[in-house]
Design a protein around this ligand. Structure first.
Ligand code: HAM
Length: 422
């Protein structure tokens, strides 16, 4: 009996993988342009990290983690997101002591969440994320958002909507929390059990509930914007001013609540407005998490970041009909006829490859016509033909597949000839 791939995961095969490489390259290139450096953290971490970092009352920690005990009976978890691990690493490696603050990091790594799979929602997915740690300047919030928008735009996406909110500082949140509890408590029995549990712990998350989103109390719920203290208001205004300065459009949505506990001040999501994108329209999400480094044992370090999954980015490109130009063609295919020529083609191919020329040959003992067919399928720019006659003369016949021109080239000069034509 054959074994199938686990639910919510997928193979990325040749043909598709080139698109991934292109996106990854773009993400790396834009990160470098904004002066973010790559960080790689382990695929699994101590479970405590996510319980404390992401928050005990979140869906991620409550329902979605791949948690297991290793043979030493330690509880480990496949990372469901990147911010807590990067923060752990920042503290553990004392990056707060580095001269170059803020520390600006990016990652492209697989994440794991036990969610109900559907289009755009998988159990293993790849996040491109960035974290800027050690600055409370509102301009860096705008920089982080601009980085995400730059990646999307340069890949060709147009139908994007940036949704912005502020969650305020601790004082503003406390006052908002009290107002939310007072608002929902009298009729909390009309809400789902998740919301009932959230009421006292984290009432903000009630606003994020999918089941109860049409309840009349949702629309009339007190807005964070009414509970912001002066400092939080100013901070939010300054973020908006920086976005305006970069000509980045946004809409304010005071109900935007992110699903992770560590956020304060700026919260944002970038949505796809492309028709046919599907039910899940969020392409990326992020925000400020000023308390997390401290919660994980480091000094007070204001930080902000975001993450986007490459899967949703690919879906958005497809929905907008953007095709990525991937490079698939071969520079040269060597066609050899006869035993001696076949033998010689081994060293010719090796020479081509050592000279940086993308090349291949037949390994199935095919006839000439079939070898040409293979060259065609591989989109070879040149086909180099070697038969007995060519061997005796020390030359190889090179056909330019675009123009159809054919020319004799001294075998030793094949690499130079092809490089000139490239
Ligand atoms: P998040 O909103 O949980 O935030 O996830 C960020 C992005 O990851 C989503 O917008 C989506 O693109 C992608 N994503 C999440 N779950 C799935 C899934 N099951 N399948 C496919 N894609 C998914 C975070 O993870 C935060 N760590 C972001 C952040 C970084 N905040 C500050 N720094």
């Amino acid at each position: 009996m054959s074994i199938n791939i686990p639910r919510g995961t997928k193979d990325i095969l040749p043909g598709e993988v080139e698109k991934w490489q292109l996106i990854e390259q773009k993400a790396k290139e834009v990160s470098a342009r904004f002066n973010y450096k790559e960080i790689r953290t382990p695929i699994f971490e101590h479970t405590d990290l996510f319980q404390r970092g992401v928050g005990d009352s979140t869906d991620i920690v409550q329902k979605e983690m791949y948690t297991f005990n290793d043979r030493g009976d330690r509880s480990l978890t496949l990372r469901p997101e990147g911010t807590a691990p990067v923060t752990r690493s920042y503290v553990e490696n004392k990056m707060f002591g580095l001269p170059g603050q803020p520390v600006k990091l990016f990652y492209i790594q697989p994440m794991f969440r036990y969610e109900r799979p559907q289009a755009g929602r998988y159990r293993q997915f790849v996040q491109f994320g960035i974290e800027a740690m050690g600055s409370a300047d509102p301009a860096i919030d705008a920089e982080v958002i601009s980085l995400a928008m730059t990646v999307y735009r340069e890949l060709g996406l147009k139908k994007l909507r940036l949704v912005l909110n502020t969650l305020g500082d601790a004082q503003s949140r406390k006052s908002h929390k009290e107002a939310l509890i007072a608002h929902f408590e009298p009729r909390i029995d009309e809400f789902c059990s998740d919301c009932q549990n959230r009421l006292l712990k984290n009432p903000l998350r009630i606003l994020d509930c999918k089941k109860d989103r049409d309840h009349e109390l949702m629309k009339s719920a007190p807005s964070i914007l009414e509970h912001l203290n002066e400092e939080s208001k100013t901070y939010f205004e300054d973020v908006k001013t920086s976005l305006d300065a970069m000509n980045i459009d946004y809409v304010i949505d005071p109900t935007l609540v992110r699903g992770l506990d560590y956020y304060n001040h700026t919260a944002f999501e970038i949505m796809s407005e492309a028709e046919g994108f599907g039910a899940i329209t969020t392409l990326s999400g992020g925000g400020r998490y000023n308390g997390l480094v401290e919660d994980l044992g480091g000094p007070a370090t204001p930080s902000i970041g975001f993450a986007m999954s490459l899967e949703r980015l690919l879906l958005a490109l497809e929905a907008e009909g953007v095709t990525l130009e991937t490079e698939e063609e071969l520079d040269c295919y060597v066609v050899a006829l006869g035993d001696e020529a076949k033998q010689k083609s081994v060293s010719i191919l090796s020479q081509l490859r050592q000279n940086g020329i993308k090349s291949d040959k037949d390994y199935l003992d095919k006839k000439m016509k079939a070898q040409f067919k293979a060259a065609d399928r591989l989109k070879a720019k040149y086909v180099a033909i070697l038969g007995e006659e060519e061997l005796t003369k020390g030359i190889i016949n090179v056909k330019n597949m675009d123009s159809g021109d054919q020319q004799e080239v001294v075998i030793e000069e094949l690499s130079t000839f092809i490089k000139q034509g490239k």
